[in-house]
Ligand binder design. Structure first.
Ligand code: DC
Length: 678
């Protein structure tokens, strides 16, 4: 997951390959709650691991369910099975509507002393229609802030089940879902109080929106033993005697809304040389999720889609895409992706019947309109529609910093703007908001996408020994979400590999060491360096490791052998490369090259501190003498001498903290970006 302040996506030119999607948020949170309410243990596979599911899991544990996790996607829940939830409990729901609504209903029916709250945005998202419906039933609920909005306090109910429960269906289908999941508990509770079992009836007032989400709910209820009868979309009947029963084991299908970004991707990009497009694994034609019908919308815009029960394959068809005019009530979440695809269409695209967008993570109509305009589109918005006219020509596209409103879907769908014909990068602010449903979304995108040729940004950092270039480069990479190449480590590993295979580092072994270096099975895993899977970090980081590296680094054949390996580190979304010839030989066209210097006295002092802290005793004078000797050797050696690239910016950090150096380099980098100051 990218936890950076922003993520700059370079202009993208193509994409192909297979993506396996995480579990559906809607199914995950429903299944978690149903398992918690059931009798028996449920093993849940392929559960989504995200902010929203963590909120639900934490709440269930607080309420006394036994929750055990095996890995991040398998969870076992021992259900309450008729027992009262642990009370009192104060439950924090974050911004997870799929946890807030159904838990409110379930707890209100079960009764106890509960408080449910969330982040500020959650307290702006209406829940009044659900509260009203629950009060009709005899539940005790108080809105402790503003009437009709969380936070809520829940007490003991005095249930009345004789009359149908009426709930509005035109604001959020989650209210009906919440009631459908809670009311089987009411029937059970009533029968425990000796009342005759009776059917419980829910009546929907107004036109029910987002019906496919209700289908998911009914489908999952059936898996947990509750066979709801429905009469049209107006009346839902929970049969007398209904009782939750665990299915034992259940698999969560992949998120169909998340699939929309990759379906969109397939619709936008020219297929690979072999005609390969995008294959999506985990969700397909047999999906119970309504957003799977996004496929039809993508087809209407021109995409070619083939599918199996749990997979989809997408290749580009019509190009430019065909503009559409579509009622999106059945695919409210995925439809946001159409808004961005509309930028690539042959005319204005209108998305209708999307009033529910206004009460989601943010006011999504306003957000989409605002951000699409930044990219150069003309956008008209109304209470329940949006019309997007794409930029008239490539020259009308604009570089944009996309604000994401703590809304995962805004962040994800706007990544598709990086395929713009103007070759502009796109900045996504606060990329970690995707954690709500798809923490590794950008990683998944970058695994499929290719940057436009020569457009992966590279920052080179070099400088004399002990100048702090490794620390600086590592931190700059972290702040930008870029990969980091410690090229010195490659020389260290090459020397280590040679010695390990019984070769000395004498000049006559140069061809053999070069052969080894050419196919160096090295991987970096955080701070650790692995050679052929075994951890060689300690060995290569020793003083001796440095000396050995220095020896092999003067062998031209070894240097040449490592060129391709080093260039291979230039991957999306970008790279910070640290080492001798990064800016001169490996990445000569890098847009920013930094040559870090510090006085020998300063460097000696820093190294001294470092060694002392490791318990190694030395003197400042000897360190300084060593460094000066090494500087001379490094800058006068014939092979790859230490010297700044002609276009490098020099940074003397003698009097700077690490943080100040990092900020300076980031500022230089920002000055070279087209985004303007933030
Ligand atoms: O940065 P370091 O101390 O890990 O580098 C180890 C040795 O390798 C050092 O002598 C410099 C040399 N080196 C090089 O010649 N070219 C590079 N790109 C990186 C390091």
């Amino acid at each position: 997951m990218y936890t950076t302040e922003f993520l700059d996506i370079p202009p993208l030119a193509g994409a192909h390959g297979t993506v396996t999607l995480p579990g559906s948020k809607s199914i995950s949170n429903r299944v978690l709650l149903l398992a918690a309410l059931s009798r028996g243990r449920t093993v849940i596979h392929d559960l989504l691991d995200s902010d929203d599911t963590r909120v639900m899991l934490a709440a269930l544990a607080q309420l006394g369910c036994e929750v055990t996790q095996a890995g991040s996607t398998t969870v076992t829940i021992s259900g309450l099975g008729g027992q009262a939830p642990r009370s009192p409990a104060r439950l924090f729901m974050g911004n997870a509507g799929t946890a807030m609504r159904p838990l409110t209903a379930a707890l209100a029916v079960l009764g106890g002393d509960f408080e449910l709250s969330g982040i500020a945005r959650m307290h702006e998202r209406p829940i009044g229609d659900l509260v009203d419906a629950l009060r009709q039933l005899g539940c005790t609920i108080t809105c402790t802030g503003v009437e009709g909005y969380p936070p809520l306090r829940i007490g003991q109910p005095a249930l009345r089940l004789d009359a149908p429960v009426r709930v509005r269906g035109d604001v959020s289908s989650q209210f009906l879902t919440a009631l459908l999941m809670a009311l089987p508990l009411a029937g059970h509770r009533a029968s425990m109080h000796g009342e005759a079992a009776r059917d419980i009836v829910i009546e929907v007032v107004g036109e029910l929106i987002s019906k496919p989400y209700i289908e998911i709910t009914l489908n999952l209820l059936a898996r947990f033993g509750i066979a709801v009868r429905r009469e049209g979309w107006q009346r839902f009947i929970i049969p007398a005697g209904s009782r939750y029963q665990s299915p034992g084991e259940i698999h969560v299908e992949a998120d169909a809304s998340s699939a929309s970004y990759f379906i969109g991707l397939g619709a936008l990009v020219a297929p690979g040389a072999d005609g390969q497009g995008i294959r999506i694994q985990g969700v397909g034609a047999a999906s119970i999720q309504g957003d799977i019908r996004f496929v039809e919308a993508a087809q209407a815009m021109g995409a070619h889609v083939t599918s199996g029960p749990n997979w989809l394959e997408i290749t580009r068809g019509a190009w430019p895409l065909k503009a559409i005019d579509l009622d999106c009530n059945h695919i409210p979440d995925a439809a946001m992706t159409l808004g961005v695809m509309a930028l690539y269409a042959d005319g204005p695209t209108t998305l209708r019947n999307i009033a529910s967008w206004r009460v989601k993570e943010t006011d999504r109509i306003a957000a989409m309109a605002h951000e699409l305009r930044k990219l150069g589109a003309t956008v008209e918005e109304g209470a329940d529609f949006i019309r997007v006219t794409p930029p008239a020509t490539p020259a009308h596209w604009k570089t944009a910093r996309i604000h994401t409103y703590d809304d995962h879907r805004v962040a994800m769908c706007f990544s598709l703007a990086a395929f713009n014909p103007a070759g502009l990068p796109v900045r996504i602010e606060d990329p970690k908001c995707v954690a709500k449903t798809f923490p590794d979304y950008f990683e998944a995108l970058f695994a499929l996408a290719q940057a436009a040729p020569g457009r992966i940004p590279v920052i080179c950092v070099d400088g004399p020994s002990a100048s702090g270039k490794g620390t600086l480069a590592g931190q700059v990479a972290e702040r930008l979400g870029y990969h980091y190449l410690d090229s010195g480590a490659l020389y260290r590993v090459a020397a280590h590999a040679a010695l390990r295979s019984g070769r000395s580092l004498e000049p006559e072994n140069e061809p053999a060491i070069a052969d080894l270096a050419r196919q160096l099975p090295v991987t970096f895993s955080g701070e650790r360096v692995l050679l052929d899977g075994s951890d060689v970090t300690e060995a290569i980081r020793s003083e001796e490791g440095g000396m050995n590296a220095s020896r092999v680094s003067t062998m031209p054949a070894v240097r040449a052998a490592l060129v391709a390996l080093q260039q291979g580190f230039s991957r999306l979304p970008g790279l910070v490369a640290d080492g001798r010839d990064m800016g001169t030989v490996i990445f000569p066209s890098a847009p920013l090259k930094v040559f870090l210097t510090a006085s020998a006295a300063q460097r000696a002092e820093r190294r001294h501190k470092q060694l002392i802290s490791k318990g190694i005793s030395t003197t400042l004078d000897s360190l300084r003498a060593d460094l000066e000797a090494r500087d001379t050797r490094d800058s006068t050696r014939s092979v790859a001498p230490l010297k700044p690239a002609a276009d490098a910016l020099q940074l003397d950090n003698s009097a700077l903290t690490i943080e100040e150096s990092v900020e300076t380099v980031l500022r230089w980098w920002q000055d070279r970006q087209p985004f303007g100051s933030s």
